[in-house]
Write a protein that binds this ligand. Structure first.
Ligand code: NAP
Length: 239
C-alpha cells in the first residue's frame, strides 16, 4: 500500500479528493498542477501536517506541452522516486460543436485530454516495474450527441487507449479507467445545473465524490481487473 503516486491536476476538485484519499491510505503523493499553485501548496502542507513523516511534493507542468513529458517525468523520478501509481485526472472541458471546432480548440482538447495522458502513461511504463494507471474518462464516451466534440473525442480515445495499454503492459502494469457522471458542476455552472443533469440519470442522483473514491479503491485493490472502464455515473451510460 505504500506506493508513491502521482495525480495530475491533483490540487483541486476531484483531483484533490483523490490526492487526499490516497494520502489517507498511507501513500505519498506527488501533486501535479498547472495554474493552481496556491491550492497545491495548501493541500501539500495540510497533508504533511496530518501525515507526519510523509512527503507530498508539488510539481508544475502544462500538459498542453505533451512533447516534453518525458523530460518532466525524468525530473520527477530523479527528485522524488519512481511513482507506482499514476492517476491521469487533469482535464480541459471546453464546448464546441463540429462546425465551431477551431484547430486551436481541437489541439488544446486533444493535447490535455489525450496526448498528455498517453505520454504520461508511456513514461510511467518506462520507469515503473509494476503498478497501476487510472484514467479519468467521462460517462459521455458512450454517446455521440454532444456540445463538446473535441473534448469527447479525446476522452473516447483515452478509453480505447486504456484497453490497449492494459494489454501491452500486462502482467506488470494494470491500466483501468473511471467514467464519472455528474459529480461537480463545471466552474462556470451552478449546482442547479448539476442537479438538473443528475435528475435525468436513471438513479436520479448526483455522483458523490466518495462514490468515485470507492470506484478507485475497487480498481486498485482488485488485482484481477485490467483494461476496465468503470462507469460511476448513476446509470447515465445506459441512456
Ligand atoms: N466534474 C465532473 O462532474 C466530471 C464529470 C465527468 C468526468 N469528469 C472527469 O473527472 C476528472 C476530474 O474532474 P474535475 O471536474 O475535477 O476536473 P477539472 O476541475 O475540470 O480539471 C482538473 C484539473 O485539470 C488541470 N488542468 C487543466 N488544464 C491543464 C493543463 N494544460 N496542464 C495541466 N493541468 C491542467 C487543472 O489544474 P490547475 O487548476 O492546476 O490548472 C485542474 O485542476 C476530469 O478528467 C474530468 O474530465 C468530471
Amino acid at each position: 500500500m505504500n506506493k508513491l503516486a502521482l495525480v495530475t491536476g491533483g490540487a483541486t476538485r476531484i483531483g484533490a479528493a483523490i490526492t487526499a484519499h490516497l494520502a489517507q491510505q498511507g501513500r505519498e503523493v506527488i501533486i501535479h498542477y498547472n495554474n493552481s499553485a496556491k491550492e497545491a501548496q495548501a493541500l501539500s502542507e495540510s497533508l504533511q501536517t496530518t501525515y507526519k513523516g510523509k512527503t507530498f511534493p508539488i510539481v508544475q507542468y502544462d500538459l498542453f506541452n505533451w512533447k516534453k513529458i518525458d523530460g518532466f517525468w525524468n525530473d520527477v523520478v530523479q527528485q522524488y522516486g519512481v511513482p507506482e501509481l499514476l492517476v491521469n485526472n487533469a482535464s480541459l472541458f471546453h464546448p464546441g460543436r463540429i462546425a465551431d471546432t477551431s484547430t486551436e480548440l481541437m489541439e488544446s482538447m486533444l493535447n490535455v485530454n489525450f496526448m498528455a495522458p498517453f505520454y504520461m502513461t508511456q513514461a510511467f511504463s518506462r520507469t515503473a516495474t509494476n503498478g497501476d494507471v487510472i484514467n479519468l474518462l467521462d460517462t459521455a464516451i458512450t454517446t455521440n450527441a454532444t456540445t463538446h466534440v473535441a473534448y469527447l473525442l479525446a476522452k473516447k480515445n483515452l478509453g480505447e487507449f486504456t484497453k490497449m495499454a492494459a494489454l501491452e503492459w500486462a502482467p506488470e502494469i494494470r491500466v483501468n479507467a473511471i467514467a464519472p457522471g455528474p459529480v461537480l458542476p463545471p466552474p462556470d455552472k451552478s449546482i442547479d445545473h448539476l442537479n438538473a443533469v443528475a435528475l435525468k440519470t436513471p438513479l436520479q442522483r448526483i455522483v458523490e465524490v466518495k462514490a468515485l473514491l470507492s470506484a478507485l479503491d475497487y480498481l486498485l485493490t482488485n488485482k484481477s481487473v485490467t483494461g476496465d472502464i468503470l462507469f460511476c455515473d448513476s446509470g447515465q451510460h445506459l441512456l
